[in-house]
Design a protein around this ligand. Structure first.
Ligand code: SAM
Length: 306
C-alpha cells in the first residue's frame, strides 16, 4: 500500500501554490448562481494540525504557509490579492487566531461551496480515508459532501459530465507511482472528452524525473487537441538537491529521508477562469521571494496562445 501521508507536507510551499490557485478558481466559479460539481480525485485527510507531530517532524509548513501567517498583519494589506484571499480562507479555520489548523483541498472546497454545490472526495489510503470521513462528518454537510474510498483516477469518470454542466476537477496525486504521471494525462484527455467545459486543476512536483519533466508538455498537448485554453504556473523555492550518496541515504531514516524537501512544483489549469492569470501574475513572484530558500527561488507563469 502507499506510504505517502499528506500530513507531513500540509502547508508546505507546494500546498501554498496549489491551494492559492484553488481558492482563486473556486471564488470565480462561485460567482455564478448555477450549481457546481467539485471533484477531488486525491483528497487526503481533509484537515491537518500545524502544531502536531507530522508537521513538526517534517518542518515543511514552517518554510511554507507559516512564513506567510507569521508576518505582521500590517504588512499584509500590501500583499497581492490572491495571497490575501487565500489567507482569509485559512483564517476562517482558526477563528480564535493562531495557526493550528490547516485545511486541505476538501475543506477549502467545502468552505467556498454554496448549498447548491456538490463535492465528491476520493481517497484510497485506508487511514486517510477514515480520517477524511470523520472530518467530513463533523461538518454535518449531509448530501453535499461525499467521501469515496476508491481510485480517484477511475472514480471521477462516472460523475462527468455533471448534471449542471459546471464544475471543477482537482487532480493532486502523490506521484508515488511512476504510472501516476501518465494516468494524470489520460484522466485529463478522458475528462475533456466527457465534460469539455469543465475547469481542471492539476498539481505536479517539479523533480529530476523524466515523467515529471514531460508532464506539462503532455498536458499542453491534451488541452490543445481538445481546443481548450490552459494556464501553467510554477514555484521554485530552492535548487534541486543532488541524490544522496548511498551511505548517507542508508543512515537517514523516517519520512524526511524518504521525501527530501521538494524544491519546486507546478499547477496546470485547463479552462482557467479569465481572472486567474491576472491574480497569479503578482502572487507568484511574491511567493518566490517570501518562501524562497536560496538564490534559485523563482516562478513562471504561461498560458496558451490566444
Ligand atoms: N488534495 C489534497 C490537498 O490538497 O489537501 C492532498 C492530496 S495528497 C497530495 C494525495 C493523496 O492521494 C494521498 O492522500 C494518497 O493517499 C491519495 N491517493 C494515492 N493514490 C490514489 C488513487 N489512485 N486514488 C485516490 N487517492 C489516492
Amino acid at each position: 500500500m502507499f506510504s505517502y501521508r499528506h500530513a507531513f507536507h500540509a502547508g508546505n510551499h507546494a500546498d501554498v501554490l496549489k491551494h492559492l490557485a484553488l481558492v482563486a478558481v473556486l471564488r470565480h466559479l462561485a460567482g455564478k448562481e448555477a450549481a457546481l460539481a467539485l471533484l477531488d480525485s486525491h483528497a487526503g485527510a481533509g484537515l491537518y494540525r500545524l502544531d502536531g507531530d507530522y508537521a513538526a517532524t517534517s518542518g515543511e509548513a514552517a518554510d511554507g504557509v507559516l512564513r506567510l501567517l507569521q508576518a505582521p498583519a500590517g504588512q499584509r494589506a500590501e500583499w497581492p490579492q490572491a495571497v490575501r484571499d487565500y489567507l482569509e480562507v485559512l483564517a476562517g479555520f482558526n477563528p480564535g487566531g493562531g495557526h493550528r489548523v490547516y485545511p486541505g483541498s476538501p475543506f477549502l472546497m467545502q468552505r467556498l461551496a454554496r448549498p447548491q454545490d456538490r463535492i465528491k472526495l476520493f481517497e484510497m489510503h485506508p487511514t486517510d480515508a477514515r480520517t477524511l470521513q470523520a472530518n467530513v462528518a463533523q461538518l454535518e454537510a449531509g448530501r453535499q459532501v461525499q467521501v469515496l474510498r476508491e481510485d480517484g483516477f477511475e472514480g471521477v469518470r462516472r460523475f462527468l459530465p455533471p448534471p449542471s454542466r459546471r464544475g471543477l476537477l482537482l487532480c493532486d496525486p502523490s506521484y508515488e507511482l511512476k504510472s501516476d504521471y501518465g494516468r494524470v494525462a489520460d484522466l485529463l484527455a478522458m475528462a475533456l472528452q466527457r465534460f469539455p467545459t469543465g475547469t481542471y486543476l492539476i498539481w505536479y512536483p517539479l523533480i529530476a524525473r523524466n515523467e515529471a519533466h514531460i508532464l506539462p508538455r503532455r498536458l499542453k498537448t491534451v488541452a490543445a487537441r481538445a481546443g481548450k485554453p490552459w494556464l501553467h504556473a510554477t514555484l521554485t523555492v530552492k535548487a534541486a538537491r543532488q541524490p544522496a550518496a548511498p551511505a548517507a541515504a542508508a543512515a537517514a531514516t523516517g519520512e524526511r529521508a524518504r521525501r527530501p524537501g521538494l524544491p519546486a512544483s507546478g499547477v496546470f489549469v485547463v479552462n482557467p477562469p479569465y481572472t486567474l492569470h491576472g491574480l497569479l501574475a503578482p502572487a507568484l513572484p511574491f511567493l518566490a521571494q517570501t518562501l524562497g530558500q536560496d538564490k534559485h527561488a523563482a516562478s513562471t507563469l504561461e498560458r496558451s496562445p490566444a
